[in-house]
Design a binder for this molecule. Sequence first.
Ligand code: NCD
Length: 308
Amino acid sequence: MLKGRNLIDPMDFSTKELDEIFNLAENIIENPEKYSKVCDGKLLATLFFEPSTRTRLSFEAAMLRLGGRVLGFSDSNSSSATKGESLADTITVVSGYSDIIAMRHPKEGSARVASMNSSVPVINAGDGGHQHPTQTLTDLLTIKSKKRSFSNHIIGICGDLKFGRTVHSLVKALSRYPNNKFILISPEELKLPEYIKKEILIKNNIEFLEVDRLEDIIDKLDILYMTRVQKERFFNEEEYLRLKDSYVLNEEKMKLAKEDMIILHPLPRVNEISVEVDKDKRACYFQQTKYGMYVRMALIAKLLGVCE
Ligand code: NCD
């Protein structure tokens, strides 16, 4: 039963519960009209203490398409956080105004704190460099639709594996399905954090390899997950400038890839995928954004208990 629950970490829901969400999302895609009023009278609060385009708009589009309404802010400078209000107080108040909250915040662990102070479900829309579970729902629904299964894949994850919260959440989520192998492609400075390697990959006996050149291994991959170097999490501008163009996926490299490999990216892209790749049939990152809206529709409907 998902009604009344929070989504803070990708492991908060069982794989069976995730299947329920994906099944509902697929039903919504097939028959959106049927769901266009199910959240009538419900309010979603979107509290974005950190910039966002896709995630906030897709949450808002999701709620509006379910017949609900939205309120919130997209800039922490326009909230009382600037006056020194604690997150706990903000959440206590907003949970009295709304039926469900989606929050993005620059501090790791803030979503958990919010959920402990909320009387309504809280969805983590990104907490610092930690987790981003609804991006993972988006990624998984895209994988399901393109590859039919979450198992038996060789998954390349490329770019900023250190600060990329979407990467952390995706590795966790995919590690629960059998026979997946990860190839982690990053410069030395941006490797996947040790705690994820230890607590998720090593603990569960999942095969993984760390490399620094995409072109050497691209031919092995079933899924290539590209990411942006997370500028806002760097302490040192020079280091960012040195690392920002570590990887550029272009037509040349795509010639080496399998015919049925899929390319995912949480977006926004900076330079890591050149625009010439957009027309390649293996490029799925724009379709992925649409799956994100549908899966958020399913998630909101489930947490509010308005759909079976
Ligand atoms: C990601 C994020 O915010 O972590 N974007 C998103 O939600 N689609 C990835 C990123 O910003 O690079």
